[in-house]
Design a protein around this ligand. Structure first.
Ligand SMILES: [Zn+2]
Ligand SMILES: [Zn+2]
Length: 422
């Protein structure tokens, strides 16, 4: 009876519709599914959670059996008197469970994993399936006809993780500090009702949000140049240094900085441009309106698709010389603006990001772009008369398919850079 209560805790929200209890498919899925019909486990999982590599069948008394893909076709899920049971064909008898209430699945598809970050490192990635497994202890492994299965027993009712004063990353809010626990709920981790995808202890003090607050004081010192080097994160900078690259960007006093979550250009650009969360922008599309009076002599130089408007002209650039990158065109446009007496200039270089997506975060192609952009940046820094800030919006990680991507709570994505150069 005690274990039955524990499982009611895991399976909050499961109600019987047809007299029979239902089986929840949980773990590494983006939506919880409910099985309403029995059948062969292989075909049931193919329909609801394709690509499942292993599964934990969970009975209401806390007994569970861990199965690998090569056994799925030999398991039948069938209705019995007042529940569902599993029966294995030519498998060890532990596969025969009564009153099955859930099947937790392990698969590598897009899921709500929880990443634990500490300082500049990522210490753990907990998948929803791993969180389920943390609630069970192994009882023994048995085999028959060369197929291995492992029996488990529940040990904890509610697995949770303390997050005292830790920065929380989630999908619906800007970063916030949490005192309390993050809990696991079937397919995701939650705090205060929201999905949590990251907990960050001892994060860098500067964030892309606080960078916004530096703009107005710097403009009091003189004409301000902001150089936005898209995707030039801490990991890329350190990789370039470690491999013996030598260019000006590597010598700048750039510090690690928290990207906005999700670590994508639109969210971080909005954060530095307004100091506010991308989620709360509503239908607003104008940045820097709290800083730049409408009559400011200034300019923003962008690639072919500017994301936001501003009180100063936002100028799009194209690959005018058709050499496969717009950054040299942006650099030329910036050079042409230098003697126009601007009080504010923001120059956004994008090719390091583009090359990273195409060739990978640490590819020679991306390093070559970084070297090239560094030359443009340093030339503008040397020529500018006034304070200069250089910053990036996020980093990038390997996408496992020879390219790069960003937008998750991985430490590589979350660590941007910033520095006052002049
Ligand atoms: Zn970006
Ligand atoms: Zn990108």
């Amino acid at each position: 009876m005690v274990r039955r209560i524990l499982f009611l805790a895991i399976l909050t929200g499961v109600l019987s519709l047809y007299g029979l209890p239902q089986i929840q498919i949980l773990g590494n899925v983006v939506k919880p599914y409910t099985l309403r019909e029995g059948g062969n486990l292989d075909s049931l999982l193919t329909q609801t959670a394709p690509g499942t590599a292993e599964a934990l069948l969970i009975a209401s008394d806390g007994t569970a059996v861990r199965l690998y893909r090569d056994t799925f076709a030999q398991i039948r899920i069938e209705p019995s008197n007042n529940g569902w049971e599993s029966r294995g064909d030519n498998l060890p008898p532990v596969c025969d469970l009564n009153n099955i209430v859930a099947i937790a699945v392990e698969r590598s598809n897009r899921i709500f994993a929880l990443r634990l970050l500490d300082g500049l490192e990522e210490t753990e990635v907990i998948t929803p399936y791993a969180a389920v497994m943390k609630q069970f202890a192994i009882e023994g492994t048995s085999s028959r006809n060369g197929k291995y299965v492992t029996k488990y027993k529940s040990v904890a009712s509610q697995w949770s993780i303390p997050a005292d004063s830790t920065l929380v990353l989630d999908y619906k809010r800007p970063e916030y500090s949490l005192t309390g626990n993050v809990r696991f709920d079937r397919i995701r981790f939650t705090a205060q009702g929201d999905t949590v995808v990251g907990l960050w202890k001892n994060p860098p003090a500067e964030s892309i949000y606080s960078l916004h607050g530096r703009i107005a004081p710097l403009m009091k010192e003189g004409p301000l140049l902001m150089i936005f080097v898209d995707s030039f994160g801490l990991r890329l900078r350190d990789h370039c240094k470690a491999t013996g690259e030598r260019f000006a960007l590597l010598d700048y006093p750039l510090q690690p900085m928290r990207a906005a979550y999700p670590p994508v250009t639109a969210a971080s650009y909005w954060a530095v441009g307004t100091g506010e969360s991308y989620y709360l922008r509503g239908d607003r599309t104008t940045i820097l309106s709290d800083i730049l009076p409408a009559n400011t002599n200034g300019i923003i130089l962008e690639d072919s698709r500017p994301l936001y408007q501003a009180p100063v002209p936002v100028v799009a650039n194209t690959d005018r010389n058709n050499n496969g990158t717009i950054d040299d065109d942006i650099y030329q446009a910036a050079r042409a603006e230098l003697d126009k007496g601007h009080q504010f200039m923001l120059v956004h270089f994008h090719s390091i990001d583009d090359a990273g997506h195409e060739f990978g975060p640490y590819s020679p192609e991306r390093l070559a772009r970084a070297r090239e952009v560094s030359g443009y940046v340093d030339d503008l820094v040397q020529r500018w008369n006034g304070p200069v800030i250089v910053f990036s919006d996020h980093g990038m990680h390997d996408d496992g398919r020879h390219g790069g991507t960003h937008g998750i709570s991985a430490i590589e994505d979350m660590l941007a850079l910033w520095g006052r150069i002049k």
